[in-house]
Design a protein around this ligand. Sequence first.
Ligand SMILES: NC(=O)C1=CN([C@@H]2O[C@H](COP(=O)(O)OP(=O)(O)OC[C@H]3O[C@@H](n4cnc5c(N)ncnc54)[C@H](O)[C@@H]3O)[C@@H](O)[C@H]2O)C=CC1
Ligand SMILES: O=C(O)C(=O)COP(=O)(O)O
Length: 613
Amino acid sequence: MSPSAITPPPSSPTTSSPTFKILIPEPLSEEGLTLLRSSTHEVTYHPKTTPETLASLLPSYHALIIRSETKVTASLLSPDISPNLRVIARAGVGVDNINVEAATKRGIIVVNSPHGNIAAAAEHTIALLLATARNVGRADAGMKTGKWERSKLVGVEVGGKTLGIIGLGKVGMKVARMATGLGMKVLGLDPYASPEIARSAGVKLIGGGGMEELLKEVDFLTVHTPLLASTADMIGEKELRLMKRTARVLNVARGGVYNEAALLKALEEGWIAGAGIDVYTQEPVKFDEESTAARLARHPKVVATPHLGASTVEAQENVSMDVCTQVLEILRGGMPTAAVNAPLILPEEYRRLEPFVKLIERMASLYTQHFARKKPNRLGGRRFELTYHGALASVPPPSTRPLTAALIKGLLSSISSHAGRDVNIVNASLIARERGIAIDEKFVRDNDTTTSTSGSGGEGGQVTLRSLLTSKEGNEDEQEQEQVIEGVVTSNDIFISKLDRFAGANFQPEGTLLVLRNYDRPGKIGGVGMVVGRHGINIRFMQVAGLSNSGGGGGGGGGTKRREGEEVREKGKGEEDSKEALMILGVEGDVTEEVVRELTSQEGILDVSLVRL
Ligand SMILES: NC(=O)C1=CN([C@@H]2O[C@H](COP(=O)(O)OP(=O)(O)OC[C@H]3O[C@@H](n4cnc5c(N)ncnc54)[C@H](O)[C@@H]3O)[C@@H](O)[C@H]2O)C=CC1
Ligand SMILES: O=C(O)C(=O)COP(=O)(O)O
């Protein structure tokens, strides 16, 4: 996807293939590892890294790929321990082992694999359901020690029984469908579930406050919520006491959604009949410490597995590919498909926004380097208005966060004073607020403006970036009150069509540009050509833009490309001396301060900006 949506490599051009460092401190399936190793990045695979080693390794890494055992705490996310970190990828669903808030504050993107192991988790739940019902664990353990026990291990059938599911998300719904297939009656509790979808899966949705009703009725209970402050200890002593003495409970969600001490007591005192447990508050369970988790895992009425919900060959391939693909995409500046701390934007929507993201980022960077270069701290206290015309205005996207993030990123990328943080979709609005930059957006459905996108099919559009002072300062000259850049997306390319008061040129915002404001008099182009030629600088293109109100764009050639050495007809002969024009040169070579000084001292040149995009 986009080479410019999120974060460019530190001080390296986005066009090259940068090398970043990726750390994988937990087991990860080979498919994703192979993908990472085929990139230009440096991959460190240490599947048994201890927390201490992790802290010592992290400073030099840009990406961290983990599963459930690595705890990414706020202290690991402090700038001194992980100064370069830009993405944490969870090869699985649950992100309760990551301090997402601390990551967000630092603009670190957190991604996961929301679908990759869902089938595995649901199937494991059914495995525990049946194993718990039929004492499979104890029977197997007995056989291994030579015991042929039949009468002690009489189980119960699940067909015709009632299963209660708390949390009807991806895993919960899958479990529901499988359970109805086993002939079970399914009751569901989830304040955010869709009643239609639940009904279509044969689930009777219990209304809000229906926990008590559900607990009293079910023969089996399974929880499939994430571990959140609101779901921690959701099933405790009070809830377990409401259940039938013959009921069995399952936990393939997270240790902590059931209160472990209460569950142990319920099993020991016979308030419930059994449990199937895959996840614990302490992982790995420390058996030598006799923790509550260890006592539960050892309990004869418990079928215990060591967090195996996602441990199938297929699920591990899925999650590994999901997160490795996203990590590579993020490291090359693109959009993740499953960012936990960024607004969800569908890949097809992002593809549509991609050229606009690129255009706006370049427009904003041009803004800073052209208008604000002498006073970069003056970005704060300005209001930036993005006006979308054409396709984007006709069918506005569900989210313009990538566009506003591109604006902030472009504004700040050429100046280093944004506290060393990379700007991305995760932290852009926070950084803008901190810097006093206000952003407005407008959608203008006018047919006229789309004319500049002719030939672009339906996907073209025009964006106007207008910057206004929010407070008028005494010494501000008039030109600084309102500054404008207009850009155009055609189906294949992006162009700048207006810069400040000057229009008539259409230049591609890329590479090194020299933007010269001059009196529109003969001889200017020759003089400029001489200076750059003397310094061995090659001119890729030259365009001249005239005052936009001078009629017909007045831009000396209306955007006609001029190459070095070509005979060019100087514009403005006979016009008043005071009339200004803008000369835009795309150049290759070492444009030093000296070159800029020399150009500025040329007769009739009012102002020169060096812009690197
Ligand atoms: N044991 C394992 O290896 C695995 C465990 N998991 C765990 O399963 C959890 C669920 O995964 P998904 O189904 O993919 O998540 P999901 O986000 O699709 O579904 C979670 C559901 O819980 C509901 N919910 C949240 N708070 C609730 C509450 N207080 N009461 C009732 N419902 C509530 C939500 O509305 C949502 O529908 C994950 O967060 C993870 O912790 C997931 C995969 C493997
Ligand atoms: O995806 C999840 O939420 C899981 O719990 C899977 O954990 P794991 O990656 O197997 O350590």
